[in-house]
Design a protein around this ligand. Sequence first.
Ligand code: SF4
Ligand code: SF4
Length: 351
Amino acid sequence: MITRISADKLPELLRRISEQEKLYIPVDKSEKVSVYEEYAPGKVMSTKLNTLRSAKDFFFPQVQPMAKFRMEGKKIEVIDTRRESEDYCIFGVRACDVRSFDVLDRVFLADPVDTFYENRRKHATVVSFACSEPSETCFCHSFGIDAAKPAGDARMWMANDTIYLEGISEKGKALLEKLDLAALDAVTDEKAEKDVEAEQRRVHEIQKKMPLYSLTPADNREKELEIFHSPIWKELSDKCLGCGSCTFVCPTCQCFDIEDFDSGHGVERYRCWDSCMYKDFTMMAAGTPRKTQLERFRQRFMHKLVYYPIRNDGMYSCVGCGRCLRRCPIHMNIVKVMKAMEEDAQCETKN
Ligand code: SF4
Ligand code: SF4
């Protein structure tokens, strides 16, 4: 059931959501950059394709306090700093980032459940936003994601000066029901369905003309494990600076470190994002298990394209958002890796 509303009612729609729960929307910060911010009257929702940092920050923030310790002599008191999150809505999440939540769920909600992540995840209502103008750096299609029909608790399309809304989960439907859309002259009819179908067809036609449309990840898992020993990794990783930018903008990267900070009034334990591209990543008393940048580089891409799908019913740990294509200072990225893996597999077959 799809409901249509005039697009000029978007500010009022956002205001009504913010009356129900805390609301976060993407807002423009410059010509090219948008970020998520808490909604306030007057803030305009960005229609850019991707926020600079992905929406994973809501569930897995860059810095997460975990506990405090108060010490008196030899006595140590452990203070649990966890608090139940309030309900909140993340509005305007693109299809690729919504899929990234599935990827993260399989890591953080698997036994043993990460209660910090679970707390933020279960209180969120995700309203996704279908893409109308996919960019040349997008390749979500390669991983079976439909940019014109995103998942989430509810989804929105914007076309023909009209907003189209559809509830998906019980949580999403309940939120839409609370908004009294009838008062915004909303109409739920066959025209809304037909308009959305036409919009989806239009977007799919655009995607077919995109340079990365035919990019596909290899899916012969046994063969892919053999690629671990391929010479492609040397050439691909040679120029990698190990800066970690690709991991920090990636919506599916989930590595973290846990550290203790002595504030002078006690010790605070927190976790923060880490990067498998760093040479001190997973450092142990005996040293680091991956001593060269080649090994670290290979690990990142083998994990996304081979190890993760092997363990997760074929689901890839890349969603084709294109952020790493735009951020890497040496223009290395997962697309180049996928193409090299494909070429390597074809050479092997010929030999
Ligand atoms: S690897 Fe690159 S394209 Fe894939 S999800 Fe991460 S940032 Fe996006
Ligand atoms: S952004 Fe580029 S240079 Fe930096 S770690 Fe990633 S692949 Fe290497």
